[in-house]
Write a protein that binds this ligand. Sequence first.
Ligand code: DX5
Ligand code: ZN
Length: 232
Amino acid sequence: MTKSPASRDLLRNRPAAPVVAPSILAADFADLAADCRSALDAGGQLLHIDVMDGHFVPNLSLGPAICEKLREALPEVCFDVHLMITDPADYIEPFAKAGADHITFHCEVLSVDGAKSLAERTRSLGCTAGIAINPETPFELVEPLLGTFEMLLVMSVHPGFGGQSFISEVLNKTSRARAEGPEGLILEMDGGVAPATAEACREAGCDILVAGSALFGKNHLERASVVNKMLG
Ligand code: DX5
Ligand code: ZN
């Protein structure tokens, strides 16, 4: 599988310092590529692409066709695809072909062995793999998977919608993963992350701060200021 340029490899290794990932869920869908480009120009370093199936979560968002068009428009950007879907096995390949660099799926819909084999399949398609955990899911469910995945995504809202309040109780999952997981494990916090909540995320060991509503719907200077505040 041919892939270029190197900036798309951002999630191959744990970033040296935390970075902000704009979540396209809050972008202007009528002008998606341009709005994503603005969020990246304001300091976002990769694009978080939320995929919802109306089953695992009570909402629908987008499919591989939109990812593919975004890839054409943003050829150098690392695409971090978050599958909030019941059957991730059916969609790994379509999203890999549509230009994903990294694909995260949820531990709630897979057995430990199923998650491990899906991680291998994801890598065989040229992407890195992440495992996500919902706020109400016990940490013990992902514990046996920490050595298998490049990334653990900790949901800090109930998945399905942007603009919700940060659930601070999940911070102990990130702290535990940082303490117990491999040194190179990338930790991503997703949901309600904003200047007011980002510091606690960074202190709990987060590398990737996903930001939807905190970042979009603002002018360039406001967005740049949000990114700077989130990174401390
Ligand atoms: C929620 C999604 C998030 C969402 C975050 O289900 O996984 O990525 O876009 O949006 P905010 O930052 O508005 O909470
Ligand atoms: Zn997400």
